[in-house]
Design a binder for this molecule. Sequence first.
Ligand code: AMP
Length: 208
Amino acid sequence: MQTSSFESLGLMPACLEALRYEGYDHPTPIQVESIPSLIAGRDLLGCAQTGTGKTAAFALPTIQRLTLTPVKRQPHKARALVVAPTRELAIQIDVSFGAYGRKTEIKRACVYGGVGKVPQVRAMERGVDVLVATPGRLLDLIGEGAIDLSAVEIVVFDEADRMLDMGFIHDVRRIIALLPPKRQTLLFSATMPAEIDSLARSLLDNPV
Ligand code: AMP
């Protein structure tokens, strides 16, 4: 790989500072491949497993794009949505956004099933920049009017093959139907079964 510094990927100073704080010296291959294109607003299909650094690969450009185009937060709305199959992964992604966005004003919420809804509803009352969610609870809170996807600019589907295995594919399709057509879309999957391939084809616009 030619490029081996975060600076050369086009990341803004606040992100570089957060990476120094994390102690990351060099980008991983998926970060080198994806960060410049994501900063430029391209869609992305990522074939990657956990442990490759994929969370930073999508979180850093998302934080940067949201920070560089400030928009007033709106009640119940999020500018970026990350959909993940499990509560554990959702929490991990939310914590990563907190770490990589520590030098920015990014406001976050994380919603998942198996716990009370009230704190999650409250967290969405004034709107956020980044919402990380599991599919079932997300649809549940949309149905209750606590979450509105009409302002989403960037959407990430993480571990799409696991969502398929866990029976979330219909929920995922329902979520997609609620998103604005003009958006940046990222899909990550460790494997590419036919159903994920067809989802990717219908979802992504000329992806990297
Ligand atoms: P992920 O694949 O996103 O689950 O990340 C796997 C682990 O690698 C996490 O613990 C990250 O904190 C860490 N990590 C991500 N990118 C880098 C990097 N460029 N240098 C060192 N560690 C990293």
